[in-house]
Ligand binder design. Structure first.
Ligand code: ADP
Ligand code: MG
Length: 341
């Protein structure tokens, strides 16, 4: 196992930042820590790194108990949101820095740096200074610098957080491809669910210092363990079953609770004709989202919900505001009463 976190607790004063965390990261895999700001992601990463010590619990790195090991002895590579490149050094010198410190022979350093420049697709830019690169290029250099010393574990804390949306998207895809090449055990912190889905093998969803769920992107999306996970992973309608109209929806899963009904906007089908299982609704508002259309619907008892449909389906139905339609959920979920809001 690459990384094992066992019963880790961490408080800052009275504030519980990590609440009994247990986690295993397989050797060579890429795991995302996903959660809102303040959920404890960075604290967990820092505890794994040895930058923060846990109040209780243990950290194992490549099978060895590292709980009391100094950060410098853990053989960890880091990439943070804010470029920590040395401004007065060239890209080549930045990448080779860790190897210089370790007194690797000059010729070997030069070879390794060339290899890394190629890996990050910046061959030819090695003599530039960080200020002569774009933000995205600088983050690639940070990654190369972290990988130079062949760390056993790579930790990335919102590495693309400061970049604009387009570059961020490009770098995600790039990071995934890179990881498929180098296979270093990696933990990637993000608050962006799409980023976590695209990049990682496993997602660890965190909330208020606790792990809510661990699973593949598909597992977390298809079988969210808690209302929090379901709401965090994308937009969702939370409908009270005490609404007379909502109670007419046919459950598509075995209902494991009597609490609210959770339905994703994309899982609401809109029809023009009634069926034995559909429920009447009125279209209140139509919002064009580009390739999707969002319809705000109102049930007869005033309950409001949101549906998303493809532009193609929208045109086919020729929907108009105030039109009467019939809706049917394709997928509903409920959670045990402990969780109801
Ligand atoms: P995230 O990375 O998910 O946004 P953090 O792990 O940074 O969350 O922080 C979790 C909580 O712990 C936050 O409420 C934060 O204010 C608190 N916290 C983090 N580091 C410290 C610290 N060194 N001292 C006091 N509180 C801290
Ligand atoms: Mg953070």
């Amino acid at each position: 196992m690459g990384i094992v976190v066992e019963n880790v607790n961490k408080k800052f004063g009275d504030y519980v930042a990590l609440d009994n965390i247990n986690l295993e990261v397989k050797t060579g895999s890429l795991v995302a820590l996903l959660g809102p700001s303040g959920s404890g992601k960075s604290t967990l990463l820092r505890v794994i790194a040895g930058l923060e010590s846990p109040d209780s619990g243990k950290i194992f790195l490549t099978g060895k108990d590292a709980t009391d090991q100094d950060v410098r002895d853990r053989n960890i590579g880091f990439v943070f949101q804010h470029y920590a490149l040395f401004k007065h050094m060239t890209i080549r010198q930045n990448i080779g820095f860790g190897l210089e410190v370790r007194k690797m022979p000059k010729a070997k350093i030069a070879d390794r740096v060339e290899e890394l420049l190629e890996l990050i697709q910046l061959k030819g830019l090695g003599n530039r200074y960080p200020s002569q690169l774009s933000g995205g290029q600088r983050q690639r250099v940070s990654l190369a610098r972290a990988l130079a010393v062949q760390p056993s574990v790579l930790l990335l804390d919102e590495p693309f957080g400061a970049l604009d949306a387009k570059v961020r998207k490009e770098l995600r895809a790039w990071l995934r491809r890179l990881h498929d090449e180098v296979h270093v055990t990696s933990v990637f912190v993000t608050h962006d669910q799409e980023e976590a889905m695209e990049v990682s093998d496993q997602i660890v969803v965190m909330n208020q210092g606790k792990i809510e769920q661990i699973g593949t992107p598909a597992e977390v999306y298809d079988n969210p363990a808690t209302p929090f996970v379901m709401s965090f992973i994308g937009p969702v309608n939370v409908l009270p079953v005490k609404s007379e109209q909502v109670s007419k929806f046919q459950p598509t899963h075995e209902q494991n609770g009597k609490g609210d009904l959770y339905i994703r906007p994309r899982d609401i089908l809109i029809e023009l004709e009634a069926t034995t299982t559909s429920v009447a609704a009125r279209i209140n508002r139509i919002i064009n989202l580009g390739w999707e259309v969002q319809a705000e619907l109102v049930l007869d008892d005033g309950q409001v919900l949101t549906a998303h449909l493809t532009r193609e389906r929208f045109n086919e139905l020729d929907l108009q505001p105030q039109q009467k339609v019939y809706i049917e959920p394709k997928d509903t979920k409920s959670f045990s009463l402990d969780y109801s809001i």
